[in-house]
Design a protein around this ligand. Structure first.
Ligand code: ADP
Ligand code: MG
Length: 472
């Protein structure tokens, strides 16, 4: 029915046709991957699938009870809000555990005494155990000018794991293909050698597992074996290791153990190793000790090729002008690029509209919204303070000295000093050409008041949070 888009006799998608449900589901996943970056929500949803639609309710099968609880208790509003924004007329999701699935509620078996732990036989790891997403393979990875170098590294490492470059460290912004490349390496190693033991893990999951082992006194040996007794370890988004010293220590030993056995390590991060300021120097230097490759923004031709391949995978005929239009407008994130295409396709299908640039515009307006800035400006801080204390901007930067305006003015100066890199002089200028000593005086006044009065402190903290939320 996809190729029939736009024909007047197309049946509206309300009764839960499987293809329709899958399309809606894919659009939801793409959107969540864009918006929920950093959370594990996309992982929970990726292992779930829609099974039926009952009016406004979508019934979704999940793989175990843990996922069901996470989705119901922590993410239900978020998922439903995204679902509603797709315009498919679905506002509720009902999660059911897939029959025959692991209930995940079994109590863990009692740990065996150390001495009797058998040495595990080298058993082949299937893609599922390697924790790889079946879609992130080299077959699905489009190569263009901008990603030819990181791709070539990935290819050569998968033919010769542990031998050519070790570790491989990919860095770059979000949605550019780092995870895809890293997982493609894992798939390819397994394809060349099905008994290879490959493991993909995000640094957050590694960290959480580490904490879980410590807090619940689980057999430590098991953790070590899991991460050290393997042939290839893929660790995604290592910048999150910056959160703690102990996890860095643990990861350092994992790294060394693998490296010494000439096992392949692949890492990704959002910065270069030297830029990971909170990372211990010995880890930074290890990260940089193999090959470091920049995954850059896809060039226009590559964006077009990716969109075309996606459309083809969906068996969709998408007009060339629509493809180019999307590629022109969504330039710095491949995840976003795919999400826009999916939403356009879903919307065209559900509303029985032709695939056109007008529809793309509509989708872009409703999904991307205004871009968030990277840094706070003095004006943004002033505006937020004015809003909270209900004073006007002229009053805030003016000369009046009554209490109603003095307090907000001091708080605003304090936050400008704390949250921007501006000098005292620059801040003074922005507050009606006041002297830098006035700014300094205001800052220490606020500090003292915060120490004395928790209401003041809370107010300042609330402003801080609101201001940080404005950042992209
Ligand atoms: P990152 O890890 O850099 O944030 P991902 O690897 O998750 O980015 O990529 C974001 C999305 O874009 C994924 O769905 C991925 O499959 C897709 N993608 C990225 N690069 C390519 C490519 N060259 N060809 C096809 N799809 C790609
Ligand atoms: Mg990633």
């Amino acid at each position: 029915m996809w190729t029939n888009l736009g024909t007047p006799d197309k049946t509206p998608a309300v009764m839960g046709d499987k293809t329709e449900l899958d399309t809606i589901w894919k659009a939801l996943l793409e959107r969540i991957r864009v918006e929920g970056a950093g959370s594990l929500l996309d992982v929970y949803l990726a292992n779930s699938s829609p099974v039926a639609r009952l009016g406004e309710t979508l019934v979704v099968e999940v793989s175990n009870r843990f996922t069901k609880e996470k989705l119901e208790k922590e993410h239900s509003r978020e998922v439903e809000a995204v679902m509603e924004s797709l315009g498919a007329g679905i506002s509720n999701l009902k999660y059911e555990i897939r029959s025959g699935a692991d209930s995940a509620a079994r109590p863990a078996p009692a740990p065996m005494p150390q001495a009797t732990i058998p040495v595990p036989a080298k058993k082949p790891v299937v893609a599922g155990e390697a924790n790889l997403n079946p879609e992130l393979t080299f077959d699905n990875f489009i190569v263009g000018k901008s990603n030819a170098y990181p791709h070539a590294i990935a290819k050569s490492v998968s033919v010769n794991p542990g031998k050519v470059y070790n570790p491989v460290y990919y860095y770059g912004g979000v949605g550019l293909g780092k995870t895809h490349l890293m997982q493609a390496i894992g798939h390819e190693i397994l394809r060349n050698n099905p008994s290879a033991r490959v493991l993909y893990v995000s640094s957050e999951v590694f960290h959480n597992e580490y904490i879980d082992y410590i807090q619940n006194r689980k057999p430590w040996d098991k953790f070590r074996r899991k991460y050290r007794d393997i042939d290839c370890l893929l660790v995604d988004d290592v910048q999150f290791f910056e959160a703690g010293e102990r996890i860095q220590e643990e990861f350092f030993h994992t790294f060394e153990a693998l490296k010494n056995q000439r096992k392949q390590i692949v890492l990704t991060g959002d910065k270069t190793p030297p830029q990971l300021e909170k990372m211990h120097e010995r880890l930074r230097s290890r990260f940089a000790s193999g090959v470091v490759a920049d995954v850059i923004v896809a060039d226009f031709e590559l964006r077009v090729a990716i969109l075309k391949s996606r459309a083809e995978e969906e068996n969709m005929v998408v007009p060339e002008d629509v493809i180019r239009y999307i590629a022109e407008r969504v330039s710095n994130n491949i995840r976003e690029l795919r999400a826009v295409l999916h939403t356009v396709i879903a919307k065209a299908s559900l509303l029985n509209l032709p695939l056109s640039v007008v529809l793309v515009d509509e989708v872009l307006r409703s999904t991307t919204g205004p871009q968030k800035p990277r840094e706070l400006t003095l004006e943004m801080i002033q505006a937020e303070v004015c809003k909270q204390f209900d004073v006007r901007q002229e009053e805030l930067v003016g000369r009046r000295r009554d209490r109603r305006v003095v307090r907000p003015r001091q708080v605003a100066m304090y936050l400008c000093r704390e949250l921007t890199g501006k000098t005292l002089m620059e801040i003074g200028q922005a507050f009606g050409k006041k002297d830098h000593t006035t700014v300094l005086h205001s800052c220490s006044k606020v500090e003292k008041e915060m120490a004395k009065d928790s209401v003041v402190e809370e107010n300042v903290e609330k402003l801080r949070i609101q201001l940080r939320e404005k950042l992209g």
